[in-house]
Design a protein around this ligand. Structure first.
Ligand code: ZN
Length: 303
């Protein structure tokens, strides 16, 4: 028996069903019964009188897979990979699987019993969440680095451990040409997956870091002030709390101004996939973000 199976069962101790098999009258409902890989192996090996090694898997398209193998002393046996659901299979299904393995299609009753159970169980499993690819490091800007001062600053009391909200994952959006000539969605927050996406058109040297940070901050603010429906049933995405917090940021006005001035260039760049030309103005920090401190002009924002 492979070593990994031993470790796995040590990590998750399973109640032994052997006592229940010996006393069927006292057994609890089958749904609560848990069969380990070892229990299954023993059960099927006893039925077949040849070695059967069972391991659990997660394949929904092939919940029962079998292949022949040879033991070290030359005995032929089966390696069986069963969906983890079989850990809670009722008696009838265990029996059907054994019969079906023995007789294949000739097992007229066992086949349908097995099929029906597998279908129903797999259908009842939660839908698998689509895999989200998270790429915070871009060519010009690293979103995680820009987010860090926000997480410990503006959102220190919003996100865990001090705040109530789970910190969203942050990523650049997929690099695909945009079709629109009139608008561009610079960022988004998806509540289900808690993912903040920033449009990759902003991942260019000509887009100042403080502006990317503003877009990121706007989306992070969405993640802590959920959208809601007003009395008339309309969705409110930027409610009073959202607006109050956002408009208090020193970069709020400069960011709106930068966006207004540069949106046509950004739309064009997103449509054509062309690079934005860097202009000296892109690299300068707006006046509003400069403060006089200890005789040195610094920007007061942590980016
Ligand atoms: Zn918004």
């Amino acid at each position: 028996m492979p070593a990994d199976r031993g470790t796995r069962s040590r990590r998750t101790p399973q109640p032994r069903p052997s006592a229940r098999i010996a006393e069927p009258g006292s057994s609890p409902p089958d749904a609560t019964c848990q069969w380990s890989e070892e229990d299954w192996s023993r059960f099927l090996t006893d039925r077949f009188e040849l070695p059967i090694q069972v391991s659990f898997g997660r394949s929904r398209s092939a919940p029962v897979q079998a292949r022949a193998f040879e033991t070290s002393d030359g005995q032929a046996g089966w390696q069986l990979r069963l969906h983890k659901l079989f850990a809670a299979a009722p008696e009838e299904v265990r029996d059907a699987l054994a019969k079906w393995l023995r007789a294949g299609r000739r097992a007229r009753k066992a086949g349908p019993v097995l099929d029906e159970w597998i279908h129903a169980e797999i259908a009842s499993l939660p839908r698998r969440a689509a895999k989200v690819s998270i790429t915070p490091v871009g060519e010009a800007h690293d979103l995680e680095r820009l987010a860090l001062p926000l997480i410990v600053g503006e959102f220190a009391n919003d996100f865990r451990p001090r705040g109530p909200h789970e910190r969203p994952r942050i990523t650049w959006g997929r690099r695909a040409r945009s079709k629109s000539r009139r608008s561009l969605r610079l960022g988004s927050f998806e509540p289900e997956s808690r993912v903040v996406r920033i449009h990759p058109v902003l991942d260019q040297k000509a887009v100042p870091a403080w502006f990317v940070t503003f877009v990121l901050k706007h989306e992070l603010l969405h993640s802590v002030t959920p959208s809601y429906r007003d009395a008339a049933g309309r969705w409110v995405h930027h409610g009073p709390e959202f607006q109050a917090r956002e408009s208090a940021w020193p970069e709020y006005r400069p960011a709106l101004r930068w966006e207004r001035q540069n949106l046509p260039r950004l739309i064009r760049s997103a449509r054509l996939g062309s690079e934005l030309r860097v202009r000296p103005a892109d690299l300068a920090l707006p006046q509003e973000l400069l403060v006089q401190r200890d005789g040195i002009r610094q920007h007061e924002l942590p980016f």
